[in-house]
Write a protein that binds this ligand. Sequence first.
Ligand code: ZN
Length: 325
Amino acid sequence: MKVRNWAGMGAAALGAVGTGLALKSVLPQRFITEQISTVQEEVPDNSTWPQIEVTFLRCGHVTLPEFLVVRGAASWAPHVNAYSAVLIRHPNGTFLYDTGFCSDIYAFLRNQSVLFRTLLGSFVFEQGLSSHLQQLEMKPDDLDFILLSHLHWDHVSGIPDLPGVRLCINRVEYDAAKSHASDRGITPLIWQLMGDNPHELFDCAGPAYMGFRSTYDLFGDGSLVLVPLPGHTPGNTGLFINRANGSRLFLVGDAVWSAENYIRPATMHPILWSMFTSDDASARQTLIDLHHFSQRHPEIPVIGMHDAHMQKAFMAVEEKRLIKA
Ligand SMILES: [Zn+2]
């Protein structure tokens, strides 16, 4: 056989393998979720839950085809990923969970690589955090602290609008980010965005809660309960909000991008999943835990920090509730 024929056959074989892999990458992947979780949940004491106001502050978005967001969706339908902060007003303190974007975010991204700016920096900017606060007639000083779900650039990008406000960070997350400080290109950006803001580390060392293995009860009244949701990053941290004046909710950082991720359950497209997941096994376990949780508690919205659809739906209910009140 001539060399040209071998080359032709090789190319055809590689093409077939490539097509097969591309096809496989969008097909659903089996998750072991059959064994219904045997989690013993105590009914929480709601007598101490105060009134808490929750407001999503959307700062930007990116539109992706759905098959990239949910493996197995096999659809090009546009899916909006938001970049948001959440303003939480509890009688004992007012704070943000994550920070969206500062008004000057592009200046911080200017020195990043072309690859970074193309892949991650091509979002649509909508409204900076300082503008959101002004609209709410608030100043950065009105915030008692900022709680960070995890230390990725797009969750700390609003901090430059909030100089001096204390950052609360899961110790596991902080230590992991520190240990990668020298070998990940984007980590210096994260430290730059965090600026000189003082920080305080917390440990999720409290008892199991709602099927999650450990907790940190933020104000000690059972209304704001932090739980580890590892995998996306080592210390990605979720927040239960339990209140007297509206539905409970569960913010889950970047454990999911879309509710479909825990409903099916399904990861993102494998290429994105591997790019954005620090530990595959624990991230999958977290998805399974959220899948079981959402089945046990369909009444509690589980909302990822990029889940534009769920955030909008939640705010629509909140606005109606506030109009009635
Ligand atoms: Zn992230």
